[in-house]
Design a protein around this ligand. Structure first.
Ligand code: C2E
Ligand code: MG
Ligand code: MG
Ligand code: MG
Length: 276
């Protein structure tokens, strides 16, 4: 139990610290139970052709659906789950959820769409995790439909040699995606070192496109740079028709993802559900 520390009669403990600590402990307890009960699920968000709205892929996003049916987003639990070393098990559940639904998704969307899995910076450096992930994906026989999304931050913060996943995922035929691109100070340097299949332009660049005309130029440059390096460039977080029109009209970006098109949806709640 947390205790106040006294030094010469001065209390170095504020009541709010006690509240924070007990909140953390109760969330920790809830997360352990959630994992034991496999309460984590895979939500999918469509990546679409901006012109035709045709679905070209899906991003898998973890959700915690508690016993009351409340859906918790990653912001609520991902950091703590990572600190508690629970993230690998959670990812495995999400991936199982997705792989089990593949036959059904194929019937609905065809066998050519891609599936992206997010990998945290810590996970990307752990070969045991990456091996397990790659094996599970390879077991589907569809490795070429899969991409792993690593954030730009992961590449900036981690020595490329420590990224265990890169040779392993290449060898398995799985694709690599650079997530949240364009926010760091050395975004461009990454492109010199990393061969990736997809480049996801961070939402912050998309969100300000209307107010900051210079961002149109930046996005146009990223689009042609990415395309010249053989990557599919994807705009993240498109919320409005104006943003979409700017992207199509003045940047050349053709693929996007965002609330304007589809919100992430639990596989278990997608129309028709997942039969047998
Ligand atoms: P991300 O990989 O960059 O995922 C995109 C996030 O943007 C998702 O948030 C998605 O719901 C949200 N989003 C999509 N379209 C829009 C839009 O139009 N507007 C706005 N405001 N947001 C939009 P989400 O699902 O809450 O996930 C947050 C982050 O958590 C992800 O960012 C990713 O870094 C991490 N994450 C999610 N699932 C997993 C997972 O299974 N494993 C790991 N390691 N990380 C995950
Ligand atoms: Mg992502
Ligand atoms: Mg992103
Ligand atoms: Mg992000």
């Amino acid at each position: 139990r947390a205790k106040a520390t006294h030094k010469g009669g001065v209390t170095f403990f504020h009541p709010s610290m006690g509240r924070e600590m007990s909140e953390r402990m109760s969330l920790e307890q809830q997360l352990r139970e959630a994992l034991a009960k496999r309460e984590f699920q895979c939500a999918l968000q469509q990546k679409v052709d901006l012109r035709t709205r045709r679905v070209v892929g899906f991003e898998a996003l973890v959700r915690w659906v508690d016993s009351h049916g409340t859906i918790h987003p990653p912001a609520r639990f991902l950091k703590l789950a990572s600190e508690l070393d629970m993230l690998d098990d959670i990812t495995a559940i999400v991936l199982d959820n997705l792989c089990e639904a593949l036959p059904w998704l194929d019937r609905g969307f065809g066998a050519d769409v891609s599936y992206s899995i997010n990998v945290s910076p810590v996970q990307a450096t752990r070969s045991s995790f990456v091996r397990q992930l790659v094996r599970r994906i390879a077991d589907t026989g569809r490795a070429r439909n899969f991409l792993l999304e690593l954030t730009e931050e992961t590449f900036l913060a981690t020595d490329v040699f420590q990224l265990q996943c890169l040779p392993l995922i290449r060898a398995a035929g799985i694709g690599l995606s650079i997530d949240d691109f364009g926010t760091g100070y050395s975004s461009l340097a990454i492109l010199a070192d990393i061969t990736a299949d997809e480049l996801k332009v961070d939402r912050s660049l998309v969100a300000s496109i209307g107010q900051r005309p210079r961002n149109q130029g930046i996005l146009r440059a990223i689009e042609s740079l990415g395309t010249n390096l053989g990557m599919t460039v994807v705009a993240e977080g498109i919320e409005t028709a104006e943003e979409k029109d700017y992207l199509l009209g003045s940047t050349g970006l053709a693929i996007g993802q965002g609330y304007l098109f589809h919100r992430p949806q639990l596989i278990s709640e997608m129309v028709g559900g997942v039969p047998e």
